[in-house]
Design a protein around this ligand. Structure first.
Ligand code: AMP
Length: 218
């Protein structure tokens, strides 16, 4: 089973993708996290990638393709993939379909989690992540019980690209490019849209219902 979870930054797509990956034994392909890991490593392109990310721009489809293929080839024990953070444009949508096709697989669903722009800005400016284990909190809706520290004891930091100016650029890019992906997924007959301004469990139940349809259980 191969699923794309789409939504603006802060829509909770990462949380839903993580839950989905766990429930159905899927490999969670989270491109933002993969790229952040490379940006913070001694990879030859780390400086270039970091600069692009901190400016709220997209890394090239070529770099993204290389990163994704490398990770996807390493997931043979999984029952499929859940993509989170990609596709961000038509080229990436076609790339995902091509990579899956080469593995004898198809893309089954594109699930879009919708939230308003005000809600995105509110959620992202209050997001904090652990500098040690990467766990994500929200100082309003999901604070750490340890205050300024993560439950593992690590310090909580704000992502460099979660500043208002960067968020606005990322949102603009999301709407400009992703709307075309949504149109194509609709044409392909695999698009589903979900209201993301609800409790996490409620959204997940809706996603599970859609996914069970792929499994032919409904
Ligand atoms: P995210 O964590 O998904 O908000 O991604 C953080 C940053 O990583 C983005 O602003 C981009 O610079 C880069 N990035 C993540 N996913 C992609 C992608 N699919 N294509 C290009 N750039 C990406």
């Amino acid at each position: 089973m191969n699923i794309v979870i789409l939504g603006p930054q802060g829509s909770g797509k990462g949380t839903q993708a993580t839950m989905l990956a766990e429930k159905y034994n899927l490999a969670h392909i989270e491109t933002g996290k993969l790229l952040r890991e490379i940006a913070n490593s001694d990879h030859p392109r780390s400086g270039e990638i970091k600069n692009i990310m901190n400016n709220g721009l997209l890394v090239s489809d070529k770099i993204l393709g290389e990163v994704m293929v490398g990770v996807m080839d390493n997931q043979k024990d999984k029952a499929g993939f859940v993509f989170d953070g990609t596709p961000r444009n038509l080229e990436q949508y076609n790339l995902i379909k091509k990579i899956l096709n080469e593995k004898g697989e198809t893309l089954d669903k594109v699930i879009v989690i919708n939230i308003s722009e005000d809600e995105t800005i509110k959620r992202l400016t209050s997001r904090r992540s652990c500098s040690v284990c990467g766990r994500v909190y929200n100082i309003i809706t999901n604070p750490s019980p340890n205050g300024d520290l993560c439950e593992c004891g690590g310090g909580l930091v704000q992502r460099e690209d979660d500043q208002p100016e960067s968020i606005k650029k990322r949102l603009q890019t999301y709407h400009e490019r992703t709307s075309k992906v949504i149109d194509l997924a609709r044409e392909d007959g695999i698009l589903e849209e979900i209201n993301g301004e609800r409790p996490i469990g409620e959204i997940f139940n809706d996603i599970v219902k859609l996914v069970e349809k792929i499994n032919g259980k409904n």
